[in-house]
Design a protein around this ligand. Structure first.
Ligand code: 6GU
Length: 224
């Protein structure tokens, strides 16, 4: 999978690339590249944003600035790019990210993530250049960068080989394998600590009973 991130803060992603599962994905041939919106801005002085029409606080990322960056990167009209790859605006009002959306995105060959800053995007960016608008939750971040990292984190860990253990992403919280429920509790050594014991069934070696116990725990958590 090739991921391009359009941002005003490309340096933020240097740390992200060093995280184990991200580094694994990159080593497998996937890519995460940043495009600096300031590098291609048609405005003088590296400007990228402007005050909102109609008044109000904050600054809005300009549509001409985003178009210039997309054109420079892909060599075509960004309106046509949408037919070829998912172009995602990260914005608090977008479709809320969940496991199903992460799985959907993980099946794509390429993603373009657009990070807004300040008050966000000129709406024409979302309307004409994007296939999706995605939010990571019902709160407001200062910009889309952290949200882009959250999206990439959950998408990249679903790619085969990105996690150390092939099965770890299969039966996890909110996955179809657990019928969308949260994951069951985990325990490891020591089997007893300060009198706090581990559920007996997990020490039994009885795989069928363990499977049943885990399903039951997972369902119980879903109802709580
Ligand atoms: Cl995607 N962007 C911003 N700026 N704030 C958010 C968000 C995205 N998702 C939740 N809050």
């Amino acid at each position: 999978m090739d991921i391009d991130v359009f941002t005003l803060f490309p340096g933020w992603f240097d740390w992200f690339r060093t995280q184990r599962h991200v580094a694994n994905a990159l080593a497998l041939g996937h890519s995460v590249e940043c495009v600096d919106l300031r590098a291609t801005t048609p405005l003088s002085g590296g400007a990228v944003d402007d005050t909102p029409f109609g008044g109000g606080a904050g600054m809005v990322l300009r549509v001409d600035v985003m178009e210039a960056a997309l054109r420079a990167r892909y060599g075509r009209d960004p309106v046509e790019l949408r037919a070829e790859r998912r172009v995602i605006a990260l914005t608090p009002g977008g479709r809320q990210l969940d496991d199903a959306l992460a799985a959907e995105l993980a099946a794509e060959p390429a993603l373009t993530l657009l990070c807004g800053r300040y008050e966000g995007f000129d709406e024409r960016i979302v309307e004409h250049f994007c296939t999706d608008a995605v939010s990571i939750g019902r709160y407001v971040l200062a910009g889309g960068e952290l949200a882009a990292m959250v999206v990439m984190d959950t998408v990249l860990r679903k790619l085969p080989g990105a996690l150390g253990h092939a099965d770890s992403a299969l039966e996890e919280s909110f996955s179809p394998a657990l019928e969308g429920a949260p994951e069951y509790p985990h325990y490891t050594r020591p089997a007893e600590w300060r009198g706090w014991t581990v559920p007996e069934v997990l020490l039994s070696g009885h795989h069928e009973r363990i499977r049943e116990w885990r399903r039951e725990q997972s369902r119980r958590r879903a109802h709580e």
